[in-house]
Design a protein around this ligand. Structure first.
Ligand SMILES: [Zn+2]
Length: 376
């Protein structure tokens, strides 16, 4: 995601914050002051918000750690004011395992709710009576146990709503799949998600008090557009996946138009790129074996990072990516796609019985999907 910067790395997973988060702290300050909070209360309000998003991060780690059990890596966890996402490298093969991964997030919040509830009960610090009386409750740490109890209950319940893009949507789909089939189960859950998104706008219109419309309405609109889009995306993904599983690499193998030698200059790669002759390159050793691959985004990155007049001083060898897992003609396109994602590459050499028979790149995969998708 553009505009997200890393704030921590936990268990090898980068945790990133979207820049718009800063807007939220500004909002907390303005809103707090408008409601007559002193600076100390505003500080506590900010602590509360950070606490809320810590609960969201823990929720995402629930997904990440359970996915790891099924051998699925988490690329990163991104936090935006609209919520968190753990970007997984794929999904577990069995639908039941997918629901376990989906449920692990809300389970973390249930667990946290039990902890806050238990602690509050033992210390008698839970008090629902002053909530809702004034917005100043958010700046008073005495209310935090009660607030965190409620927030975690809300996070658990909200995420268990059986519609995409919520975790509950994933669980619901795996329950429907045996009787409806995966594609129709996804379609139902997608419609529910789109319905939820529209409902959210109606609810916002009906229930947001007039003095809060100024910032809450845009927030609701943004969330529902996001939800609608994510729900729709889910159905497309399943259709794509079906197409990818039905076809094999042999349908896409091509001969590379341009191959780089590992001691070619960067200037040479840029030149080919400019002419549009190739976007993703195989790079060969002097003896003709594969040294690695070099793709458009990395080439552009390198082109920007070193001055133009020294493009001839650097060989491509310095910047290429190694290929650990090559493709085979009988692989399904789904397997091919997973190999690409897993290695963070955009092109793979195809080998048949130890012989290089061609390449397939991500651009071809995209074109193939576009055509097949349109024809359905
Ligand atoms: Zn979740």
């Amino acid at each position: 995601m553009k505009g997200a910067f890393q704030i921590a790395k936990i268990a090898g997973i980068p945790v990133k914050l979207h820049w718009s988060f800063v807007l939220m702290l500004v909002w907390v300050t303005i809103e707090g002051r408008r409601n007559g909070m002193n600076w100390e209360s505003v500080g506590w309000f900010a602590v509360l918000m950070v606490g809320v998003f810590t609960c969201v991060i823990l929720h995402e780690f629930g997904h990440a750690f359970s996915a790891k059990r099924y051998g699925v890596r988490t690329k990163d966890i991104i936090l935006s004011p609209l919520g968190g996402v753990a970007r997984l490298d794929g999904l577990p093969e069995k639908p039941i395992d997918e629901s376990v991964v989906a449920f692990a997030g809300p389970l973390v919040n249930i667990f946290l709710a039990v902890i806050f509830g238990g602690y509050g009960w033992m210390t008698s610090s839970i008090d629902f009576s002053n909530l809702g009386t004034s917005r100043l409750v958010f700046g008073n740490p005495e209310n935090f146990v009660t607030l965190f109890l409620l927030i975690n209950i809300f996070l658990a319940l909200f995420n268990l709503i059986p519609a995409f893009p919520m975790d509950g949507g994933r669980i619901f789909r795996s329950l429907l799949s045996p009787s409806l089939g995966r594609r129709r189960a996804t379609l139902v859950t997608t419609y529910l998600g789109q319905g939820m998104a529209i409902l959210l706008v109606i609810l916002a219109y009906l229930f947001v008090p007039p003095r809060m419309t100024f910032y809450l309405i845009p927030l609701f609109l943004l969330s529902s557009v996001f939800m609608f889009f994510m729900a729709t995306q889910e159905y497309r993904m399943v259709k794509f996946e079906e197409i990818l599983k039905k076809h094999s690499i042999s349908e896409l193998i091509r001969q590379p138009i341009n191959v780089l030698q590992k001691n070619d200059h960067i200037a040479h790669a840029i030149d080919i790129l400019k002419r549009g002759l190739e976007r993703d390159f195989l790079v060969k050793n002097e003896d003709g074996t594969i040294a690695g691959v070099f793709s458009q985004p990395e080439i552009l990155e390198v082109a920007k990072s070193i001055p133009t007049d020294s493009h001839e001083d650097h060989g491509v060898e310095e910047f290429i990516s190694l290929v650990k897992d090559v493709a085979h003609p009988n692989d399904s396109l789904h397997v091919f796609y997973k190999k690409l994602v897993h290695q963070e590459l955009r092109i793979l050499p195809v080998f048949e019985n130890e012989n290089l028979v061609g390449v397939v790149d991500i651009q071809q995969l995209n074109d193939f999907l576009r055509v097949e998708y349109e024809m359905k």
